[in-house]
Design a protein around this ligand. Sequence first.
Ligand SMILES: *Cc1c(COP(=O)(O)O)cnc(C)c1O
Length: 371
Amino acid sequence: MSDATPPIYVTQPLLPPLAELMPYLEQIWANKYVTNGGPFHQQLEAALCEYLGVGHISLFANGTIALMTALQSLGVKGEVITTPYSFVATAHAMMWNGIRPVFADIDPATFNLDPARIEAAITPETTAIMPVHCYGRPCDTQAIDAIARRHDLKVIYDAAHAFAVRQDGASILRHGDLAVLSFHGTKVFHTFEGGAIVSPDAATKRHIDNLKNFGIVDEVTVVAPGINGKMSEFNAAFGLLQLTHIDAALARRRQIDEHYRCALAGVAGITCLPHDGSVTPNGAYFPILVGPAYGLDRDALHHKLRDAGIVARRYFYPLISDFPMYRPMASADPANLPHATRAAAQVICLPIYPDLESGQIERIVALIAGQ
Ligand SMILES: *Cc1c(COP(=O)(O)O)cnc(C)c1O
């Protein structure tokens, strides 16, 4: 037996008591229905529409295939303007559709795409914008939607971080032509692997549902070169179980967010991103910025935490635009992306998940404050 405390990771998946899963599994075994839009799949779509306050949801095997299908469903081609400050899947989904990502800089106050930089990046090849609600903090949806209308562009929000986020009381997933969620194990709400597309109307959902099932409409009708993006009954059943725990999980995440925020308030050189009073946050991430006034640089603090068993993460470093398949693109030049470049050099995301204990938070804060 070792008395070493186990590492604290940046996140830990929400796993309800195993006994609670058994009735769902028994039901699957009784139904003998394991995928292809089975009963749990249909129930989870309905339950998520209600929980999130949106009209139409299509479940997917993962968020990346959902992003790829969203682009396909709108016939997006040419260039799509997006943020370098995200997980690589945002841009990879474009590459798999033969689309060229064009990176625009973020607003340093929000870490989301700066609308003025979006507009400056539009060319005759531009057909769409793919903004990310980074850390679950809403983009400037009004400005983005106005730009899209002015230039006749589609908008697909990568809402992978934004489960259950509301602004002025309404879901932020209602914005844009489509919004895409990820239910990966690292996300606030997860189905081990999974994802979803939020559609504005039933016809759009129907088209997306066809695309995720090989383009099949019925036994003798295939309408498009679709893909297999279906969520299985196992994942859907787990999602339904998890929904019964999600309110408590979100409440605890918001508590942890407040705890960090108060405890770190006096630490010179450490900045927490401010809350927007109009937003109901989901506590998905807790990013801090390690500024020049702090005694160590970001990487030194990252290593110091790691040495103490705290596995914080540098989300998002490197920038997507700095990976080798993107770096040769003109828009990937760091000179075009000064704010994203600085954010990527300063950010650390601290551990946040429902089972994180107050004593562990205190330990993390003491390590950050006590250098
Ligand atoms: C997690 C994530 C994805 C990809 O989702 P998967 O379900 O893992 O495929 C896409 N975009 C962002 C911003 C993400 O954080």
